[in-house]
Design a protein around this ligand. Structure first.
Ligand SMILES: [Zn+2]
Length: 398
């Protein structure tokens, strides 16, 4: 696997930001040298000196992109997505002092919030990560109109690939084929023990980690395979007890193989849409320079970032829509005549998810009830436990 200096260097940045709880990401300028192993282009944010000349005309920009699609000039659309597309889903921003989650994490005295995703910090103090995981746990939130728009693009056979930095799996929950989604910073779908490297069962992560915020430790036995026929020995065996971590990419870790595998797709891209990202985390930010030089690029974001801070009036290639992602996506859908289809997708998708969440909640309630009943250990309640077990099975078969 390709090793990225940036991610390795990131760990070393802790000291720089020790007393700074707000500007961790602003250091990317310093990182531009260290990303050379990945990219020969510099995609670090260009300092904003004067925005007077910046071309912002939302409606013109939407028309331009809509025309490209209508005229069949954009058939291999690629999207680069960041946290901004999930804020309207209600996913709390752990960096924002306005959220309860921020206050919740305050008790851990983190010098800066992003430390939660530092591998070395996690090894010493995994509790803040699990506390955060419980709050942003996939399965609590509904995709936004922007997420459903991705699915709509695919239905129109126009979607080449999505590269997302988000770990909330909302792209997936729209029903979009998972092959089209590159979770560039990993996801919760698998977890491994940091010590013995074994994969940990998802149920364990779900039950104790994501639902209760507990620190998960590996309970595989050390040398388990060498003594598999000796039940007696099992009593003397020690559990691994290593820390378990979901396969989310922490600072200091490599990106998933899939990220590199699908990079060549960018060469075929004929319209790049970048939404809700500050383009400050490498190597993700450098993807904007991997598309052909004549490929149109649209940024939908509250603020101009990267090369979009310098769009001039005669600019032909780059377009900037200033505003929230859902607003931009709705305007584009309207211009394309797709608004009704988008609304239908949102409605039917959320309906299905609501049923799924309710089922998973009631299944969880039944399981808890069953545990309690069994623990009480009264004989006359065995019948009730059986009934509950039956009900549980029924739920699972649905
Ligand atoms: Zn282990």
């Amino acid at each position: 696997m390709m090793t990225l200096k940036y991610w390795m260097n990131r760990t070393g940045e802790i000291n720089i930001h020790e007393n700074d709880d707000s500007t961790f990401v602003s250091s990317d300028k310093e990182d531009s040298d260290s990303e050379e192993s990945f990219s020969s282009h510099s995609s670090s944010p260009i300092p904003i000196t004067n925005l007077d000349n910046l071309k912002i005309n939302n409606s013109e920009c939407i028309k331009k992109v809509s025309n490209l699609i209508k005229l069949g000039k954009a058939k291999n659309i690629i999207l680069l997505l960041g946290a901004g597309i999930s804020t309207s889903a209600g996913i709390p921003d752990f960096r924002s002092p306005k959220t309860g989650l921020y206050n919740n994490l305050k008790k851990f005295n983190l010098p800066f919030p992003e430390l939660i995703f530092e591998l070395n910090y996690f090894k010493k103090n995994p509790k803040p990560f699990w506390e955060l995981a419980k709050e942003i746990y996939p399965g609590k939130y509904f995709p936004t109109p922007t997420h459903y728009f991705l699915n709509l693009l695919n239905k129109k056979n126009l979607l080449k690939r999505i590269f997302t930095q988000n770990i909330d799996t909302l792209e997936n929950l729209t029903g979009l084929n998972e092959n089209l989604i590159i979770e560039s910073h990993g996801s919760f779908s698998k977890s491994h023990c940091l010590k013995c490297k074994k994969e940990i069962k998802r149920e364990k992560i779900l039950k104790d980690g994501l639902r209760k915020g507990k620190v998960i430790k590996c309970d595989y036995f050390i040398n388990e395979n060498e003594n598999e026929n000796e039940n007696e020995n099992e009593k003397n065996q020690q559990k691994c007890n290593g820390l378990v971590k979901p396969d989310i990419v922490f600072f200091g870790e490599n990106l998933p193989d899939r990220f590199f595998k699908f990079l060549p797709d960018l060469k075929e891209c004929d319209l790049l849409i970048i939404i809700g990202t500050s383009l400050q985390v490498q190597p993700f930010a450098s993807l904007i320079d991997k598309v052909p030089l004549n490929c149109p690029r649209l940024l939908i974001n509250r603020e101009p970032v990267g090369p979009f801070t310098q769009i001039k009036l005669n600019e032909k290639r780059d377009m900037y829509y200033k505003g929230d992602s859902d607003k931009g996506i709705y305007e584009l859908s309207e211009e394309l005549g797709w608004k009704d289809e988008l609304n239908e997708l949102i409605e039917s998708g959320n309906k299905k998810l609501k049923i799924r969440y309710e089922e998973s909640e009631s299944e969880n309630t039944i399981k808890n009830k069953l545990d309690t009943t069994l623990k009480e250990g009264f004989e006359d309640e065995t019948e009730e436990a059986d009934e509950l077990e039956e009900a549980m099975k029924k739920q699972l078969n649905l």
